[in-house]
Ligand binder design. Sequence first.
Ligand code: TRP
Length: 466
Amino acid sequence: MENTGLADNGNTVVEASGGRPAQLQWSSRLTFILAATGSAVGLGNIWKFPYVTGVHGGGAFVLIYLACILVIGLPLLMAEVMLGRRGRQNPANSMANLAREFKVSRHWRLLGWLGVVSGFLILSFYTVVAGWALSYIFDSARGAFDGLSGEQAGAHFGRLLADPGALIFWGTLVLLITLGVVARGVKQGLEKAVNAMMPGLFVLLLVLVGYAMTTGFFMQGLNFLFNPDFSKLSGTSILVALGHAFFTLSLAGGGMMTYGSYLPQHVSIAKTAITIGILDTLVALLAGMVIFPLVFANGLEPGSGPGLLFVTLPIAFGQMPFGALFGMIFFIMLSVAALTSAISLIEPAVAWMTEKYRVSRFKACLMSGLVMWVLSLGTVFSFNIWEQHTLFGKTFFGVLDYLTSGWFLPLGGLFIAIFAGWVMTRRATEQELGRGLGYRLWYYTIRYISPVAIVIMFLNAIGVIG
Ligand code: TRP
C-alpha cells in the first residue's frame, strides 16, 4: 500500500481486483467525488476567479470562461479521468501504459510529464497564496478587521505583502501541512474534514452573498459579472479565460489523472465529471457575487489584481455582526479548500517518484518539498523585493501563472483531447464511458470541437488570427 496517495485504512480504499497491478482504488464513487471536488474547488474559485474577472473587465470574460468550461473543460475532465483509470499509474507511467496499449510512440509519456511539471510549478505559488488565507484566520480572530475602511483593508494586506519573512513563514507552514498529509497518505480524518468543509464553505458563501445584498451595490456587482461588454476583451483575455477553466477544474496538471487511476471500473465517469463541474462553477460564481458588490460599495478597483479577495472580505467581516467569528471560519474553510487542492497538485509528482524510483513516500515528499520551497521564494519576492524585476511586464509570479495557466495546461489539454479522441479506439473509450447519446456528444466534442477551439485560442493569443 506504500505507493499511493490513499489511506492505508480499509474504509477508504480496497485492493484492486481483476488481476490489475497492485493498485489501490477508491471504495466508492462518493469518495472520488469528494477528493476530485476537493481538488477542483480551491483558491482558483474564490481567490483567482474574481481577480482575473476583475482584471479582464467582467461579464464578457465570465461568458467565455463558462463556454470554455462547457465545451472544453467538461469533456476534458472526463477524458483525463478516463486516461488515469485506464493507465492505472502516475501520469507519466499511465501515458506510457496507454501508448503501449494503443501502439503509439512512447513519447506520449511526455504528456504525463507536462502535467507533473505544471502541477509542481502551480503549487509553488499556490502555497504562498494559501499562506495569505492562513494568516487571515488569525487576523480575523484577533479583531484586526473590526471596522476597516476600504483603504485600511488595502493597507493591511499591503503590510503582509511587504514582509517577505511573514510570507515565507505562512507559505512554509502550508507546504509542511500539505506534505505531512501527502506523506502519510490521504487519511480518513482528512476526508471527513473535507466532507464537512465543502458544504460549510458553500453555506458561508451564501451568508456572504446575503451580506453583499445589504451593501446597496449588489445589482452593480451582478451587472459587472454577468453583463458582457466585449470591447473589454483582448486576445490574452480569451487565453486567460481558457487557462482559468483548466486551472479551476484541475485539468492537465496530472491530479485528475492520478485520482482517476484510483477509480473503480463500474463508476460513471460522465456523471461524476458533470457533478464536479457544476459544484466548481457554482462556488466561483458565488464568490464573484460576494466580492464585486463589496468592491463597488467601498470604492475599490475591480482590476486591482491578486489582492482583491484579501482586501474586500475583511471590510465585510469588519462590519457584519459576529464578523470576527465568521471571518475566522471563512478563512479556515478557504485554507482547507486550498489544502485539498494543494494535495492534488503534488500527489502526481510524489506518485511518480515512488513508482519510478521506488523511494518511500516520505523521501519523495521531502525531496519535492525542498525544491518546491526554493521555487516558492520566487513568488514571495514577486510581491516585495523583486516587485520591480519584471519580464514582459510580469513579475516572477506573473510569469509562472501565465506560463502554467495560459500555455502548459491548455497545451496538455490539447494533447489529452487528441489522445482520447484520435489515438484511443472508439471501442476503448466506449468501454470506459458507456455508450449512448451522451457518449456520442462527448466523442465528437473531444475529437473536433475542443482541440480546434484550443488551437484557435492559441493562435488568437499570439496574434496570428483575430
Ligand atoms: N483547481 C484548483 C483550484 O481551483 C487548483 C488545482 C488543483 C489545479 N489541482 C490542479 C490546477 C491541477 C491545475 C492543475 O484552486
